[in-house]
Ligand binder design. Structure first.
Ligand code: PLP
Length: 393
């Protein structure tokens, strides 16, 4: 026998800073302690029985082999129709719409399609956790623009200063996870002005496009998709997901809308990441999308839950700005304690039985503004009980 170094010890991680995520930590702790889990972002209720029947029907009819690489034509057409109805913008289902295995795959494919080693990528933080690993794996350099509570609005002068000749991509997320912040038309105009005449692409993560609140409060409270700005449409990968819209996060179905030239490159990556996405579900979604009420009622559905949760927090010492979109509410505990947010999230889970996410985890330097994120996509009774427990603090 010869002496040799076991092969695994020589493996150098490509993502040395990635470990067990806070989402796993908090959910595990919630399970162990029996706490109410408002940490991870998924609905606590089931999807429509009609959608389940449709999937079952296609499973039984034998729609069980590979779908086309770009997605089932009927689903691409249904998405084109929904997009045209909702935003008045046309995408060609043949060349500009691709079905993916969740938004996560679409984000990874879009980043990989355009980022080369040494390219700079602007990331607004707090940021959803899949963006930076995708940039890192492609040799890109994340350049951070920090957004702060309570508004999390964008200072466009700061963005201007961060753009260099090396900037190749900007990551956008509206409505925003974790803050619930929503972009305005002014944000779209500012972004368009900054990228004009530059080789900068955009990934716009719009998975919460159907969850917008306080619409009666004024025209700002609608989803301003980047596709609605003609100059932005030309250079943007719009990312969508059915997981958030139809309470089916476990099905992992998403899509990418992008101009033909961008879609060609996007599809080259998608082809070798997953090739195609689960067939019977695509057929079922194509049918289900034909009824717009299936997604149009979502804002009202979640606004009631947001309001119920916030009404329950009245009388507590937490402070907040109501979320404008998404199914997350951030709250400040500044008036209660100066504990680090991570420690408080753990303590609240163990002592009062409510799990949340400390918002510092969404910043690369773990900025602690004393904010916790709660997911209110849960049954009413669960939200009421959680709020009652939090009021004790
Ligand atoms: C902002 C954002 N983007 C993308 C995703 C991932 O979506 P999917 O489950 O379709 O991959 C999530 C899920 O939490 C999210 O919050």
């Amino acid at each position: 026998m010869t002496n040799h170094t076991p092969i695994l010890t020589s493996l150098k991680s490509k993502l040395p800073n990635v470990g067990t995520t806070i989402f796993t930590v908090m959910s595990k702790l919630a399970t162990e302690t029996g706490a109410i889990n408002l940490s991870q972002g998924f609905p606590g209720f089931d999807c429509s029985p009609e959608l389940v029947s449709l999937v079952e029907q296609y499973l039984r009819k034998g729609f069980n082999q590979y779908a086309p690489m770009t997605g089932v034509p009927a689903l691409r057409e249904a998405i084109a129709q929904k997009t045209a109805d909702q935003y008045g913008v046309n995408y060609d289902p043949e060349t500009e719409i691709t079905i993916t295995s969740g938004a996560t795959e679409a984000i990874f494919a879009a980043v990989t399609a355009v980022v080369r080693p040494g390219d700079e990528v602007l990331v607004f933080e707090p940021a959803y956790d899949s963006y930076v690993p995708a940039i890192d794996l492609n040799g890109g350099i994340p350049v951070y623009v920090t957004l702060t509570p309570p508004d999390y609005g964008i200072d466009w002068q700061v963005v201007r200063e961060k753009i260099t000749d090396k900037t190749r991509l900007i990551m956008v997320n509206t409505p925003h996870n974790p803050t619930g912040h929503v972009w305005t038309t002014d944000d779209l105009t500012q972004l368009a002005t900054l990228v004009r005449d530059r080789d900068i692409w955009i990934v716009s993560d719009e998975v919460y496009e159907h969850i917008l609140f306080d619409r009666s409060a004024g025209p700002g409270h609608v989803h301003h998709s980047l596709m609605t700005h003609p100059e932005l449409r030309e250079r943007t990968f719009i990312i969508g997901s059915f997981g958030k819209t139809f309470h089916i996060t476990g099905w992992k179905i998403g899509y990418c809308l992008a101009p033909k030239e961008l879609s060609v490159e996007f599809r080259k990556i998608h082809q070798y990441l997953t090739f195609s996405t689960v067939t019977p579900i695509q057929y079922a979604l194509a049918d289900y999308l034909k009824e717009p009420d299936n997604y149009r009622q979502l804002s009202a559905f979640y606004q009631r839950k947001r309001d119920l949760f916030l009404a329950g927090l009245q009388g507590s010492r937490f402070t907040w700005k109501p979320a404008e979109g998404s199914f997350f509410q951030t709250v400040s505990y500044d008036a209660i304690t100066d504990e680090p947010d991570y420690d408080l999230a753990i303590r609240l889970t163990k002592e009062i039985g409510v799990a949340s996410i400390p918002v510092s985890v969404f910043y690369h330097q773990k900025n602690d503004y004393k904010i916790l994120r709660f997911c209110f996509a849960k049954d009413d009774a669960v939200l009421e009980e959680a709020a009652q427990r939090l009021r004790k603090l």
